[in-house]
Ligand binder design. Structure first.
Ligand SMILES: [Zn+2]
Length: 353
């Protein structure tokens, strides 16, 4: 009984195993079907991928074309901006005005081309962008590039002409340095017959600087937003005297007191001096001029009165008054500039607030 039961159990177990095997086969078949289905899905996916890749490639190609035009447009825009800045900065400061006219003309053509060229990078795909229209879409890249090259070349010609102009100016300055600078015109400095009253300056003529266009605020590169001109006086070129706004405000108050004392405005010789002018002065004067980028005049916080020893020299009533009264208006003569200082410059004052 026990054996029979065992056999029955075995048969049952065998049947169970058989069922199990059968199930296994079914599973395998199902797996095959699934695998084949997966394969076809994968194949379809691959096909889809390929199609997607084609679409992507087509898009990329269109986008590349648009990007290329966009890049050409950006390059032209940058060239136009640079060219415009050069044009602004060289007014009256080129050896040959014709090169500035040429630059102005090519800039005008470039601006016109920019205005009539689609700005949107997608515009190339549908050709639906307005402005330039489809005509010359392919060619406009070449046209934009050609124009950019023209602008760059015209700008280089202006820069070269400006360099020439600067060299001529410096040559004139060196020439002038060989002859003593005449005393400033206008008021009689008093005792002008006296050699001791002649100007103590014998370098090239120099000028104060207007605000620096596009200046970043560093030494010698102060923009108009940081500077204010005094209400009186211009240099021999007609440039007004600029200082940092608060220094000018304080100097205006000091000048009211000076005028009450001496009957005329404080004479100015130099206030703000830009970097380029400091470079030129350093070249002309050597180490007497501060290294470009370090001059106190480049900060807009320094002024020089004229180098007239009988008017502003040590011991004159004006100098004594300025040294004594200036500090209550924030203007001092630094110790190095005083008599007996390390670099006596009776004419130099600084705003310290
Ligand atoms: Zn100075």
């Amino acid at each position: 009984m026990a054996v029979a039961g065992a056999v029955v159990l075995c048969v049952l177990a065998g049947a169970a195993v058989g069922v199990g095997v059968l199930d296994g086969r079914r599973d395998a078949a199902a797996a095959d079907v699934q695998a084949s289905a997966s394969a076809s899905v994968a194949a379809r996916a691959l096909a889809d991928d390929a199609a997607a890749r084609e679409v992507a490639a087509a898009r990329a190609s269109a986008s590349l074309a648009a990007t290329t035009r966009q890049e050409a447009r950006s390059a032209l825009l940058a060239a136009v901006e640079d060219g415009g800045a050069t044009l602004d900065a060289t007014d009256g400061e080129v050896a040959d005005d014709a090169v500035r006219d040429a630059l102005a003309q090519v800039l005008q053509r470039a601006k016109h081309a920019l205005e009539s060229t689609p700005q949107d990078a997608e515009a190339g795909e549908g050709g639906s962008a307005g402005g330039g229209g489809p005509a010359g879409e392919g060619g406009s890249v070449a046209a934009l590039r050609a124009l950019a090259a023209e602008v760059v070349a015209a700008r280089a010609a202006v820069a070269a002409s400006h360099e020439e102009w600067v060299a001529e100016r410096e040559a004139r300055a060196r020439e002038a340095a060989r002859t003593p600078a005449p005393p400033p015109a206008g008021r009689d400095p008093g005792g002008s017959d006296d050699d001791r009253c002649r100007t103590t300056y014998d370098g090239p003529p120099f000028y104060t600087s207007p605000p620096t266009k596009g200046g970043d605020g560093s030494n010698g590169r102060l923009p108009g937003s940081m500077l204010a001109a005094t209400s009186w006086g211009v240099d021999p070129k007609g440039t007004r005297y600029y200082l940092r706004t608060e220094a000018t405000a304080a100097l205006e108050r000091l000048n009211v007191a000076f005028r009450a004392e001496f009957g005329h405005d404080l004479d100015l010789d130099l206030t703000y001096r830009d970097y380029a002018t400091q470079v030129a002065m350093r070249e002309a004067l050597g180490s007497i001029a501060a290294r470009p980028g370090t001059s106190k005049h480049g900060t807009g916080y320094a002024l020089d009165v004229p180098e007239l020893p009988c008017e502003y020299g040590y011991g004159t009533p004006q100098h004594t008054w300025l040294v004594g009264t200036g500090p209550s208006f924030g203007w001092v003569q630094p110790s190095w500039a005083r008599q007996g200082g390390s670099n006596p410059e009776y004419w130099h004052f600084e705003y310290v607030g």
